[in-house]
Design a protein around this ligand. Structure first.
Ligand SMILES: [Zn+2]
Ligand SMILES: [Zn+2]
Length: 418
């Protein structure tokens, strides 16, 4: 399968010009063996450096691309952060003109950041259907402990070899499914923000994302039988999700309340009592999705919200300091300085409430999502991802403060809920 992604760039019916750097995505069995031919066809040349996770380096199914330089990062404990990027930039020869990202989501985010730093392009060679960010232009980084999306570059092309991807450990695929099913929440948050403040929603990007989620919802269980077509569908959904983020220029279509729960856990603020979850990004997002679905559906049971709304109040500076701790305080306070919730009025919530309830009705219930995750063998509770269950109320209440983005979860600060 070939996704001719270049066609998504340019003037859109939403009135905006969408930028699309990724020309093509190819998802096929054995395609890595034809990489040189593909790069030549695309006119992509120059001195190459392949950046590997050590697991990919030693994976016998992964055909090593030709490259003048190779950099291998230890897969164990690898994160896209100031250390992984510094290591690549330190080793990288000054005359390299093209980077090849060989491996996981963390390798891709590390390479995408380094490519931006060096002002050179990169090609994505994902090895598992584990995450949706392969063709995003923003890098999901943990920067000095704070979970951030940093503007970087999108891959010129993506070459996804199904021989490798379909034989990746099943928990990696389950993680990618969790990442994408989170879009049920993210897309709802986007529409709800539109109802509350008039925030623009691009119908084209919205539909691409909706289609990506539907593909994965329908085909994810068939991956259990090793069905290569099912892996192709899942990979298609993951790549389309990344392309939609690229068109948007930020992660709005792909990240809402469910990602904020995941980000808060990853950042390890003092208020979570030193919890250190070993779970993958998509595993945490999957659990965040179950939590958000439950909370949103419970909220939708309220028919008349008018007695429960209250005026906006900014977050208390002292609270931010004590909850996030000294290490994260400066970034957290900056993130909440121009709080997007300040644009919401109690009247707007009352007026939008019937529409918000309709939007929530389209989100699959916690039970439906749970059933999929159970069959897939995906993580589905806080304790599954190494987080004590008693932290649930803390996560629900405080996760929105990790990112200045309007979600229904953030709007709860203006509701008197028990
Ligand atoms: Zn548009
Ligand atoms: Zn994600």
């Amino acid at each position: 399968m070939r996704i001719d992604s270049g066609k998504y760039g340019g003037l859109c019916k939403c009135g905006k010009e969408h930028h699309m750097a990724t020309r093509t995505c190819i998802i096929e069995s054995g395609i890595l063996k034809r990489l040189d031919e593909i790069l030549e066809q695309e006119g992509i040349d120059g001195k190459r450096c392949a950046v590997y996770g050590s697991n990919t380096w030693s994976n016998p199914l992964f055909t090593h691309p030709k490259a003048e330089q190779e950099i291998i990062l230890q897969s164990e404990g690898l994160h896209a952060d100031e250390n992984s990027t510094a290591e690549v930039l330190r080793q990288l020869d000054s005359n390299v003109e093209l980077l090849l990202a060989c491996g996981s989501g963390s390798i891709h985010d590390t390479v995408r950041y380094c490519a931006a730093e060096r002002g050179i392009p990169f090609v994505a060679l994902p090895t598992a259907a584990s995450v949706d960010g392969f063709c995003s232009a923003v890098a999901a980084m943990t920067w000095k402990g704070y979970k951030k999306t940093i503007n970087a570059v999108a891959p010129l092309i993506v070459v996804a070899d199904l021989d490798v991807i379909s034989r990746a450990p099943a928990y990696l695929t389950a993680s990618g499914v969790g990442d994408v099913l989170g879009k049920f929440i993210a897309l709802s948050d986007w529409r709800i923000a539109h109802e509350l403040t008039g925030e623009a929603v691009c119908p084209v990007i919205y539909d691409i994302m909706k289609d990506a989620v539907a593909k994965i919802w329908d085909s994810c269980l068939d991956t259990l039988d090793g069905d290569v077509d099912a892996f192709e569908s899942v990979m298609y959904g993951l790549l389309m999700s990344g392309l939609a983020m690229q068109m948007m220029g930020n992660s709005r279509p792909a990240s809402g309340a469910e990602h904020h729960i995941s980000h808060l856990i990853e950042m390890r603020p003092d208020g979570l009592g030193g919890v250190n979850s070993p779970a993958l990004h998509g595993e945490k997002v999957g659990v965040g999705t179950l939590i958000a679905s439950r909370v949103y559906h419970q909220m939708a049971e309220i028919e008349d919200i008018s007695d429960l709304v209250k005026g906006y109040e900014p977050l208390d500076d002292g609270w931010i300091r004590s909850f996030y701790g000294e290490r994260l305080y400066p970034t957290a306070v900056e993130e909440n300085r121009n709080d997007c919730l300040a644009a919401v009025t109690p009247e707007a919530i009352v007026k939008a409430w019937p529409k918000i309830r309709e939007i929530i009705a389209e989100i699959p219930s916690e039970e439906e999502i749970y059933e999929k995750f159970e069959k897939l063998g995906a993580k589905r509770s806080l304790s599954d991802i190494g987080v004590p269950e008693e932290l649930l109320p803390v996560l629900v209440q405080h996760s929105p403060s990790v990112r200045n983005r309007l979600t229904l979860m953030r709007t709860r600060r203006m509701l008197k809920l028990s």
